[in-house]
Design a protein around this ligand. Sequence first.
Ligand code: C2E
Ligand code: MG
Ligand code: MG
Length: 261
Amino acid sequence: MSYRLPLHQRLANALNYGEFRIYYQPIISFATHQMVAVEALLRWPHPDATFTPPDQFIPQAESSGFIIQLGDWVLRTATEQVARWHATFGYPVRLAVNLSNRQFLHFNLVANIESALRHSKLDPRHLELEITEGAAMHSPDEAIGIMRQLRNLGIRLSLDDFGTGYSSLSYLKRLPIDKLKIDKSFVCDIPADANDLAIVTAIIAMGHALGLEVLAEGVETEAQAQFLAECSCDYAQGFLYGRPVPAEDLERLLQERPAPA
Ligand code: C2E
Ligand code: MG
Ligand code: MG
């Protein structure tokens, strides 16, 4: 693949030539210590075995509009994969998929998601869509309408990278969401940083008071996990439990673990 081509062209070629991969990262319940979900994370491998980080190419895909096609591919591939795992292992692991702002506000979003669910036969209760504060707050009334339609399908919704965007609390209380994902920038310095301890404790308490579940991202150490468990955080995701891995490696984890009761 020529690196002289503009990035948007290289992205389109990469999708046509099947170069993208989806990695899956475990999400753990503090209550059961079991893997209850996986987050699908896009990877664009290079021939030299490195990756272009999604943080670099997703903003470009977003600004060129290509994210609509790419996001649809992620949704279809991941729902099919997870539905296969359900059939093979009888283990109802939930799937979390990231939606970019543009994807979230695209007129065809609900129809695309319904189509992906129909084709994959994934139970909508096992799909969770992660949206960012930016998408939810940009045009709150429109966002709330879309979210209601998605939830009416039985899909769960979470607010990703919580705390890093324009967290308007007056809108937050109106959003029909199920979960807050505390951004890893607040988690990485606990328990050493007193300010982060206070922020994380407050987000968990606020989330629960609003009837939401709370997940902490970027959990890397036992000390972080212990603090979060003491604050009654519901879920954790991070290198302590497992890095994002290709489907074959995640499959091995599913084989090794007993199905939750
Ligand atoms: P995100 O949705 O917040 O995903 C979590 C990111 O944190 C992932 O980075 C993951 O690899 C990383 N992470 C997980 N645990 C740890 C940890 O313990 N320590 C540290 N330092 N990092 C951890 P990744 O895969 O590079 O993705 C970055 C962002 O790119 C994602 O953040 C998401 O916003 C976006 N992204 C990835 N895949 C997709 C996709 O399919 N669609 C869209 N729209 N965005 C995506
Ligand atoms: Mg995410
Ligand atoms: Mg995040």
